[in-house]
Design a protein around this ligand. Structure first.
Ligand code: ARG
Length: 456
């Protein structure tokens, strides 16, 4: 008979149990569950609800249960519905009836909310660290390429020359926002539901502030009814993970495109490339495709769980049990992705020559317009004139720099000999030295800022 079986005359139906039980996926919470119970047992003793001896017996029993889990010796029983009932059942087997005092004033509602918060806080810390490693890999590659030129794209059409460091560092800042999102979610998580009971609070004089502090929380939850059904911390992390995965997916997409032989800008290390079982020449970037592909599922986890929460009446509802699989899946997917993406970036070969070869003079059309602007023409007119120049070059099947000055002067008499100086990709990039631009000098500044942020 289960721990709540008293009012029933028949055991649960097997199909109901298969649907209802969460032990299959909530076992991973065993350490957090036992931690919460250790603190709670002492809090009960301090409130004189149980004796110090009883608390010590319970604590010793819980330590044994923890050992059994840690060493893989914990044996699940048939009726273990979830991690909370499994731990309590085993505790009572070990210490006897006194183990049954542990749940005084406590409900699985405040218990699971506490366990999962602790787990989520730890997951947030690991992800925060993992993102830091990826950021470091990006910075160290970018540092070597502040002078390496490549085409920058908008609409995936060649747009203006940029430095490879600028491209790489763009992802540093996306990931920095991700870290910040995780850190701010982490701060909001740090609220302890334990001592909320099933919904109405506990009638026993446990010190909830001390319970919260002992478990490493910032504070106890201020409203027991809210506390037992609040899963904002799950949606916060699911959201932070979904956005982060979206960024990784975009990085992956760039890597896929730039490593395609048609571009050849980068080469993936053998360890992070995959082959084809049929075509011997193939070098595929399956891990990058998985980064892109998994992102769909992680966005789904967020959208799915938000749909679960919407419309729940006050208090705990079993729907909330759906929090775990979504959260565990998103966290483990990102934890699988991060080291591989980090190693892929860390071992990326940048092919500066292929990048340079892809620089075509049309990428300097904006610079040509800026040349006229410097001679006093309003930009809008300059834009129009350069459009005509580009068309003239097209018609003559030549490049912009090969157009005779006479042809340029026909379009605008502001063109002079010094226009030749516009046709330099280096100069184009160097001119973009304002803060946040692609110039090597601006990149030095950007990288210094990034390093300062990483140093904390
Ligand atoms: N396994 C449950 C969950 O994951 C624990 C809480 C159950 N509470 C209850 N009143 N049935 O949400």
């Amino acid at each position: 008979m289960s721990l709540w079986g008293g009012r029933f005359s028949e055991p649960s139906d097997d199909d109901l149990r298969r649907l209802n039980d969460s032990i299959g996926f909530d076992q991973v919470l065993y350490a957090e569950d036992i931690e919460g119970s250790l603190v709670y047992a002492r809090a009960l003793a301090e409130a004189d609800v149980i004796s110090m001896d009883e608390a010590e017996t319970i604590v010793a029993g819980l330590q044994r249960v923890l050992d059994e889990f840690d060493s893989g010796r914990f044996a699940l029983a048939d009726d273990d519905e979830d991690i909370h009932t499994a731990v309590e059942r085993r505790l009572i087997e070990i210490v006897g009836a006194v183990g049954g005092k542990l749940h005084t004033g406590r409900s699985r509602n405040d218990q699971v909310a506490t366990d999962l918060r602790l787990w989520t806080m730890r997951a947030a810390d690991r992800l925060h660290d993992g993102l830091g490693y990826l950021q470091a890999a990006i910075v160290s590659l970018a540092e070597q390429h502040t002078e390496t030129l490549m085409p920058g794209y908008t609409h995936l059409q060649p747009a203006q020359p940029i430095t490879a460091a600028h491209w790489l560092m763009s992802f540093f800042w996306m990931l920095d926002r991700d870290r910040d999102r995780i850190a701010s979610a982490r701060r909001r998580m740090s609220v302890c539901p334990l001592g909320s009971g099933a919904l109405a609070g506990t009638p026993f004089a446990v010190n909830r502030h001390k319970i919260a502090a002992d478990l490493g929380f910032e504070s106890p939850s201020p409203n027991s009814l809210d506390a037992v059904s609040d899963r904002d911390y799950v949606t916060d992390l699911l959201y932070a993970i979904a956005v982060c995965a979206m960024h990784l997916s975009r990085l992956a997409e760039d890597i896929l495109i730039y490593s395609n032989p048609a571009f050849g800008f980068i080469t993936l290390d053998d360890r992070y490339s995959t082959g084809s079982s049929l075509m011997p020449q193939k070098r595929n970037a399956d891990p990058m495709e998985l980064a892109r592909g998994k992102t769909g599922r992680l966005i789904g986890n967020l959208a799915g769980f938000l749909s679960t929460l919407k419309g729940l009446p006050s208090g705990y509802n079993k729907d909330l049990q759906e929090d775990k699989e979504a959260l565990f899946d998103s966290v483990s997917a990102l934890e699988q992705l991060l080291p591989v993406v980090t190693a892929t970036v860390g071992s990326l070969q940048i092919n500066a020559e292929a990048m340079a070869k892809a620089l075509t003079e049309d990428l300097l059309a904006t610079d040509l317009a800026d040349y006229l602007v410097r001679k006093g023409l309003p930009f809008r007119q300059a834009h129009h004139i350069i459009g005509q120049v580009v068309r003239a070059a097209d018609e003559r099947q030549t490049s912009l720099s090969q157009l005779p000055l006479a042809v340029l002067v026909e379009v605008s008499d502001l063109f002079e000999d010094d226009v030749a100086a516009v046709f330099s990709f280096e100069r184009s990039v160097r001119r973009r030295a304002a803060f946040g631009g692609s110039a090597p000098a601006a990149l030095q500044e950007q990288i210094a800022l990034a390093k300062a942020i990483m140093a904390g």
